[in-house]
Design a protein around this ligand. Sequence first.
Ligand code: ADP
Length: 872
Amino acid sequence: MSGLNKNKIGASVASIFRFSKKINNKQTEQKLQEAEEKFSAAFNASPDLMAITKFSDGTILEVNEGYSKLLGFTRAESIGKTTTELLIWGNAKGRQKFVDLLLKTGQVIDFETTLRRKNGTMVTVLDSARIFTFQGEKCVLSIAHDITNRKQFEAVLKEKEEKYYTLIQKIEAGVVVHGPDTKILVCNSAAQEILGLTEDQLLGKTAFDPTWSFFKEDGSVANVMDYPVNLVIKTKKPLRNYILRVHRSNDKNDVWVLISADTILNKNGKIVQVVVTFVDVTKRKINEIEREQFFRFFNLSTDIMVIADPNGAFKKVNPTCLNLLGYTEKELLSKSFIDFVYCDDKQPTLDEMAKQIKIGSSLNFENRYLCKGGKVVWLSWRATFNKAEGLTYATARDITEKKLAEIAIDRKNRALKIVSGINQSLIHITDENVLLNDACHIAVEIGGYLLAWVGFAVQDKNKMVEVVARAGSGSTYLDDIKIVWANNEYGRGPTGSAIRTGKTQMSRNISIDPKMIPWRKSAKKYGFKSSIALPLINNRKTFGTINIYSGEIDAFNDDEVRILEELASDLSFGIITQRNRAEQLKMVEVIKSNESTLKEAQRIGHFGNWSWDMKTDKIVWSDEYYRIIGFDPKKIDQMKSEFVSLASHQLRTPLTGIKWLSELLLRDPEKTLTADQNDLMNGIVMSTKRTINLVDDLLDVSRIDTGKNLNLNVKPVDVVTLINFAINEKRPLINQNNLTVELSDALSKPIVLKVDKEKIQQVFENLLDNALKFSTPGSKINIGANFENNQVTFFVKDNGVGIPLANQSKIFARFYRADNATKIDNTGTGLGLYIAKGIIEYHHGKIWFESKEGKGSTFYFSLPLNVSGVKK
Ligand code: ADP
């Protein structure tokens, strides 16, 4: 539009404006003119449509440039025409409503309507209008603002919103849209389904009902601040991979949901919405929990758990497996598992594997595994082969302890069988050679050893060991080798050393034992892996050894050694008895042939005599007597002692067997015994123990009597510890009789003496046992020590029944018991003091007592402070 036209329009509008106000003075005219000009400028410059029409018929009086631009009519085409003529109103109803409003209030603001353009297209406008009077006629000033674009935009937006809504509804994930106040604005059906709530329950709610709750992964209840919407609002950050368990208020199961949440912000960065989406991950989560539980189980199990493939490789091993075998996981998985199996068990293990793949499982299969560092463990396996996967799932339990105990029992039993076999021979066999060969055969056949042989020490300058008996598959080994008992390389093996020292000697592993070098090659040829040499002793002199060879490394454990030592002692005894027997037979003949001479001698009474020493309970034979009967009557004593010794040996073995077997029954893990049977068994064990003690005492007595070695093992020992040990052993009896045992100050520090620990302890136990037995209940027992003249005197003092004066002189005699003792205690044997005396005298010591009947007794024994050896 031209500038001229603009002015024209301006003028016209200004004039209308002026007339509309009643202007009546010059001053205001000035202001009016200015206002007119401003209005005219605004009228012309407005991008919106502006028009002035007659109210009565709608004749257009003036339009602006915005009008022409919006509707396409020129000013000239429009002025003087009515809006109806120009068909400007797109909708008659709309026009009527507009007019009604205008009439009612005099003005209309932002009335949305459509106008038709010159070219027939429609335009949506917001129409505002005001009525004013011009030259007595009502006119209307209209301003219309084109909102077509906005409308279109809104329509697009609405369409989008609908699509968005449909999408939300159709999506399988739960979607909940919250307002900034956390109120729920939208929730889709998946959300309702997963959460177990209706739309009604959800919309507008800020918190759910109390029976409904979220739980966190650690099992704790999630409070409202842990809800996704609140977390997002708090942190203003999106939330990802948040997992909660939904405990739904209805009877449905709990569900696990994986949640994401995002904020929608406005231009100013303020949250307008929070969109929370979630999916049901219950199945996955339960799987995960189950997997975790399984792995926890796998990791915590105290049994070994492994997965292995049929090629013999571990696929997975649990920590117990690693701990037990001592290897790292890498080490175990890098090799075939058969490499870790103990050599002798490899083939049985492979056979079992093959069987297992064939039949699908294996139960209670036992084998040995090599741990890092060389230790060997016994494992008991249970395995299942899964054909589909080709994998074996196996568990194993460490049964080493049980197995070793079983082996120990087997060995004990084996040793016991050998001992009892040899003892049988001792009774029946009258020929030394037969006895020795028999002993070797028994050791090999019952014991399952590869070789047993007896060697005698030849008393010449070469100090050779002569093989006098042998048995076993490896007996030709002895033809290839040289063994001496001299202290040189051929004499430092177990046999030579046992003869020199009089002590049991062993080679636990021949293949690495340096002292076995001279015989290693031959031993290997015969498969000997360990050996033991047990000394044969008579009168404290070692005259030979019995030697046993095993195909196992370290085949002889402590118990077995103890039993085998007993065997050697029995065998020595047997050999000597055999040697004496001939002499004894000769003596019997002599006694018989001299019977008449003896009778005559007794009648005369002057040729020979004997006396009885009441103090020692010994018979002393005169030289004449010896001359008359032609042999030393002391031999009869010796024969008696040897009989006691033989009988005791015979008794001890079966008794020990009874004790072990009874204990085995009592220890039965299956607990097959009833309570009554259990009591009876305990009774058997107790009685057997008592009888074994008696037999042991008898053996000690016979050793003391025959002047045999008491087998003292002399070492520096703290005697105070022994005393305390003895007191502890007797604690039940002390408590039972309400007795007090008091130690003197001298026993507050160690007293170290060179003595045989077990024997001196035996002395203390005997003395204490007596003091306890013969004490009156509630009384006191004092134990103490005094040092004097380079010796220590121990005492055990009681306030008990005492020993009647008449019995005192014989109290150390064998089997002697005072008159008052038998009434108080019927378990005693009268051997304790006799043995104690023997032991103390072997230690160069003395034993004595002081006692008053009814007042109490004090038993003393003294030992040299610097004992350097024992009585020979
Ligand atoms: P046991 O105690 O088995 O009878 P001992 O040889 O130990 O055998 O003792 C022999 C005897 O000495 C006892 O029977 C008892 O008469 C007597 N005797 C030993 N110690 C005491 C003591 N402390 N009090 C009283 N009598 C004792």
